[in-house]
Design a binder for this molecule. Structure first.
Ligand SMILES: [Zn+2]
Length: 448
């Protein structure tokens, strides 16, 4: 009788705390040991020459299912995740938001057999409905998504509504992901632009201006500290926002700062040429190489605490169906985020240990999924990624598995290839069985 189900031998095992050659033993879907021991195994995989990292934990994902499945659905979106090395997602969709415990239960039921990777689900915070916070948190949502500005049809929270939500969250010890753009600034800008009859692609930058993000993030960060709630500022787009968030963290706010590859690798002026294909909000802010370098520095330093894709796909046809004002916001990102982080490590912007922290451990910790997810500790789920760190690869629209069918990084040459992804000890693939399971959030007191 073999001692364990699976032994992955000889890889360079990467955690946030270091890299060492080790054998990873897996039994019953969990990590048994990481080290010099080589227990007998039913299956042994020789991973010499490869890196082994934790599976990616992408906590800002919109799969539109149920809701707007003409844009994406769970089978396609999680096929992209599995292939890219992402084994855990936290999903929420604006088209059909989770606002009640019944909504959550119905969505979990509906998603049975639809996911290639394990998934948590977030609820939407709704102004004036703070009574829903305690029950939803206890029912197992991963976090509450909150907007400060009315976006994607979801009503915005002004400072009073935000404070009320955060007070209810603090009481329940719930976590909130805050989309920060100030409503009064974005709507005033919109009025001016519309009065001028502007329809050029450049409106995006004047409409979703820098101060709108900074004002909302600063107020939100302050209220997080005042209320004692736990929260994340979503998609921090530039260093100035990160500085305000960090200042409140130093004053005691329990506050994480998420960013996404588009704020490191896409440039502000690309919207003029690409229009709807660069319509996401906040928009790209980097103007020169130094702006990108500063974002990488903030990520290395942990000022930006973690990365997500903010995967919010539309097909090319959908993106081309209207003008810059009325096409959907958002980019596809699940296909490319892990690859871009591995490439950043190959280029020296990050260490591989930073990648394991920023896209595995830190997001899992932020939402109570660690150490079951995002870690290689004994007892953790055996969610593992084998990477050929030196393999060159060109990101291509043709390889995108998301229903979007395109990537803003089409043609970009990257270094590093995910050669295999394991979910709870089983190799997963886009054409394999969909064995992803619902992950209850940290506040769950009943199984849903
Ligand atoms: Zn989002």
């Amino acid at each position: 009788m073999p001692e364990v189900d699976l032994l992955i031998s000889g890889a360079a095992v990467v955690t946030p705390h270091g890299t060492r050659r080790a054998h990873v033993a897996v039994d019953g879907g969990r990590i048994r040991s990481v080290g010099p021991d080589r227990p007998s195994a039913a299956t042994t995989v020789d991973a010499s020459g490869l890196l082994l990292l934790p599976g990616g934990v992408d906590t800002h994902v919109h799969l539109m299912d149920p809701g707007s499945t003409e844009r994406e659905d769970f089978p396609t979106g999680t096929a992209a995740a599995a292939t890219a090395g992402v084994t855990t997602i936290v999903e929420h969709s604006h088209g059909q938001p989770v606002r009640t415990v019944d909504d959550l239960r119905a969505k979990i039921d509906y998603l049975g057999g639809r996911s290639h990777v394990d998934f948590g689900l977030a609820a939407h915070a709704w102004p004036g409905h703070t009574d829903a916070v305690g029950p939803l948190w206890a029912a197992g949502v991963s976090f509450f998504k909150l907007f400060t500005c009315t976006t994607h049809g979801v009503p915005g929270h002004d400072a009073a509504a935000l404070k009320a939500h955060l007070q209810a969250s603090a009481q329940a010890d719930a976590v909130t992901l805050m989309h920060c753009e100030d409503e009064s600034l974005t709507s005033a800008a919109e009025q001016v632009l519309r009065a001028q009859g502007r329809e050029d692609n450049g409106i995006l930058l004047d409409w979703r201006e820098r101060d709108a993000e900074l004002v909302a993030a600063a107020v939100a960060a302050l209220l997080v500290r005042r209320t004692g709630a736990r929260a994340t500022v979503a998609h921090v787009s530039n260093p100035e926002v990160a500085e305000y968030v960090t200042a409140e963290r130093h004053r005691g706010a329990r506050l994480a700062a998420e960013s996404c590859p588009q704020y490191f690798l896409l440039r502000e002026d690309e919207v003029h040429e690409h229009g709807p294909l660069r319509k996401f909000t906040p928009p790209a802010r980097a103007r020169v190489d130094d702006d990108e370098r500063e974002m990488w520095r903030l990520l290395r330093a942990g000022t930006l605490t973690h990365m997500s894709s903010d995967h919010a796909p539309s097909t090319l046809e959908q993106k081309r169906a209207g003008d810059i004002w009325n096409v959907h916001f958002g980019l596809p990102g699940l296909d490319s985020t892990y690859a871009l982080l591995l490439d950043a490590a190959a280029r020296g912007h990050l260490s591989y240990e930073d990648v394991a922290r920023a896209y595995c451990e830190a997001p899992a910790r932020a939402y109570g999924l660690w150490p079951r997810k995002g870690s290689l500790l004994p007892g953790a789920d055996a969610d593992l990624v084998l990477v050929d760190a030196d393999a060159p690869r060109t990101l291509r629209n043709a390889d995108v598995l998301s229903k979007a069918g395109w990537t803003p990084y089409d043609g970009r040459e990257v270094t590093g290839r995910v050669v295999r992804t394991y979910l709870r000890g089983t190799s997963i693939a886009a054409d394999g069985p969909r064995s992803g399971a619902f992950l209850p959030g940290a506040g769950a007191v009943t199984s849903c």
